[in-house]
Ligand binder design. Sequence first.
Ligand code: BGC
Length: 275
Amino acid sequence: MPDASQLLCANRLKGYSALVTGASSGIGRAIAIALAEEGAQVVINYVGHETSAQEVVQEIESKKGKAIAIQADVSKEKDVQTMFRKTLATYGTIDILVNNAGIQQDAAFPDMTLSQWQKVLDVNLTGGFLCAREAAKEFIRRGVVEDRALSAGKIIFISSVHEIIPWATHCNYAASKGGIMLLMKSLAQELAQYKIRVNSIAPGAIKTPINRKAWETKAEEEMLLRLIPWKRVGDPRDIATVAVWLGSDESDYVHGTTIFVDGGMTLYPGFTTGG
Ligand code: BGC
């Protein structure tokens, strides 16, 4: 793929503050770095991997960007409220929230424990709710600042192709992503009156630690590529470039929608022949 850093660095987010949940690795990390490359000052949220989060901060600082790391479990109301208090104390306000933190705990349905079900819903869906609520309060309090942005703020959910593709042995994950879809749309409908823009990005198979088993060996990657018409497993930067665009005023009329960034995974590739 083209080097995304050649596409970025246009300072489209200069003067903005952004918070990215689950930013110590994978898609969240790439988004945080890309937002910073475009001029935003960024909060790197992490839950357990402090060293990795600090590495992201250092990488941003090495490119003359601004970032801080804040520990918080997005599924815990108090953690989220404290994280937003720290963010506002550090940066004054916030312009972009990227609800990226997500986990998988896969199991055949009859064997799925209540704890596996609950944990995935708590982090992926409730975490999105808690962070979006705190961001919305600040966006509403501050309103639109002319000369800075056309909106009072942007909320970007990192969903998944599994907000519409059912996924056997991953029903907790698929249910959480389906939930995000209507959470996002309901918020978009409700918050437009405050000039808050709400959208989702739905990644397909992107090379990150969450799905390492699906692409680690040549044979596994070939199996995966059968599901991807574009015949390439995605790179976190494929998602980061779209997040930058959704965070900028260039996408001002895009509201309440999901952008699928999946190499065509949602095109029913099984029907390429036959049907
Ligand atoms: C999941 C990955 C999976 C991809 C495509 C993502 O949301 O987290 O594990 O490879 O969807 O199925």
